[in-house]
Design a binder for this molecule. Structure first.
Ligand code: CMC
Length: 437
């Protein structure tokens, strides 16, 4: 990185010496002020809870322009990827920087396909969970447990280990998600079938039983694949930053990705699609379209604690480009299944229309995000609501891996260690127990 000619100067009103800081330009997007030497030179930290103004790393993988509603993987717009490529091509692009040519695509697909089975012992590990466990609780455990099954790929500093763990994770996630599902519904696990596509194979493992074959429907498989593409990476979001921070200690790749799964679970992040669908079902139970006004009033009331799930985004303040594609997919899937009169979809459309015209949402730049529609698509495909976030985790695994590998290869890579503004008690003596109030 070479600094630009412009410098930032930090001055203090108490007469302390000012400090010049280099400014770096990215290929696109906001410049960054390099504050690395701030503490050494001034004895002060910066304060930025929630990272509102902080770039935690440099990256070449995904670029988002929240105002334009643009999202690029390695420079390629996701709209074009969703139109012309499948998920495994997108994985290759995220991991290696370029889309594969035909031969590379063939070899990569074959390589991933060779790793779709999981160690047979994993099913016994799975049995330790309650049948009513949330799939994300199971996924956090299963992904972390991979490090106990694949000892030959746990050294994060070894490029071969990183390569093979990446392929294993991408290949095995559909198998693990479908195992988590089958376990909770008490059905036998379905082994992968490697002559199917990545997404087709996942759907078969989800919906086939030993007594009834599942024949993947092209429209639904394409929709699933699109969900995977749209969720594959999203620059330095909470779970990706978690994976980077976790991996920065040198822990093994499976453990770092398990940390990402755990973070993704939260309703403000990956759990939003499940929360959005639950919200639609709640409004439907309240009385449906008739009750939208009442529900919106609750959302606008700060004391109610109710949010319009599937609306708003930290970065996209114009529209979420993924939402546009997912809305299209929603129509395709509902049409293919003859569900265009689906009451929940109608309710979602009515809710969207009212929210988009309401000053509360307009003035705060709150638009539907991808999760507003992806829940409806997944529900139509037959994915049960509690599994939505696990599907997101499956899709995001490649992004986490690409970001982790980028971090390890970065010359500036060091363990992540944020600092704090301490507001607690200063040193005091321990009070003996009988004198404590
Ligand atoms: N419903 C009602 N009000 C909202 C919502 C919402 N969904 N989102 C934000 N607001 C309000 C918020 O109360 C605040 O109002 P005020 O300025 O009066 O205090 C204002 O809008 C700004 O919100 P914020 O919380 O400062 O925005 P943020 O950037 O910190 O939060 C968010 C972004 C996604 C966490 C938030 O919009 C939200 O909780 N949305 C619902 C959950 C959701 O759909 N999450 C999925 C995000 S997309 C998946 C992904 O990429 O991970």
């Amino acid at each position: 990185m070479t600094p630009s000619d412009v410098k930032a100067t930090l001055s203090f009103s108490d007469g302390s010496p000012s400090m010049d800081m280099p400014i770096f330009k990215g290929s696109v997007g906001p410049d960054v002020i390099d504050i690395c030497k701030l503490y050494a030179q001034t004895g002060k930290f910066t304060y930025d809870p929630g990272f509102l103004s902080t770039a935690a790393c440099q990256s070449n993988i995904t670029y988002i322009d929240g105002d334009k509603g643009e999202r690029l993987y390695r420079g390629d717009p996701i709209e074009q990827l969703a139109e012309h490529c499948n998920y495994l091509e997108t994985c290759y692009l995220l991991l290696k920087g370029e889309l594969p040519n035909a031969a590379q695509k063939h070899d990569f697909t074959k390589l991933v396909t060779n790793h779709t089975m999981v160690n047979e012992q994993m099913q016994f590990f799975l049995r330790g969970f309650r049948r009513d466990a949330h799939p994300m609780a199971i996924m956090t455990g299963l992904v972390g447990a991979l490090s106990a099954f694949y000892h030959d790929s746990t050294d994060i500093t070894n490029p071969q280990h990183r390569e093979i763990s990446a392929i294993r994770l991408i290949a095995k996630m559909p198998t693990l998600v479908s195992m988590a599902y089958k376990y909770t519904v008490g059905q036998p696990y379905i082994y992968p079938k490697n002559d199917l596509s990545y997404s087709g194979n996942f759907m078969r493992m989800m919906f086939a039983t030993p007594c009834e074959e599942y024949v993947p429907n092209d429209v639904l498989v394409r929709a699933m694949d699109r969900i995977f593409i749209l969720h594959a990476d999203h620059e330095q979001n909470a779970s990706t930053s978690t994976v980077r921070l976790c991996g920065s200690s040198g822990t093994n790749p499976f453990a770092a990705i398990a940390a990402g799964v755990a973070c993704l679970w939260g309703p403000a992040h990956g759990g939003a699609n499940e929360a959005a669908l639950n919200m639609l079902e709640d409004v439907q139970r309240m009385g449906g379209v008739e009750k939208i006004g009442e529900f919106i009033a609750k959302v606008k009331d700060k004391n109610s604690g109710v949010k319009l799930m599937g609306f708003g985004h930290r970065v996209y303040k114009n529209y979420d480009p993924r939402a546009k594609l997912m809305r299209e997919t929603c129509y395709e899937v509902l049409n293919a299944l003859g569900l265009h009169d689906d009451p929940l979809f109608k309710l979602a459309m009515a809710l969207e229309k009212i929210a988009l015209e309401d000053d509360y949402f307009v003035s705060r730049k709150l638009y539907p995000n991808v999760d507003f529609y992806s829940g409806i698509v997944q529900r139509a495909i037959g994915i049960p609501t509690p599994l939505f976030t696990a599907v997101f985790a499956l899709a995001r695994t490649v992004g986490w891996i690409a970001q982790l590998n980028e971090m390890i290869g970065d010359a500036e890579y060091k363990i992540g260690r944020p600092r704090q503004l301490f507001m607690g008690s200063t040193a005091r003596n321990v009070t003996p127990i009988l004198q404590r109030s």
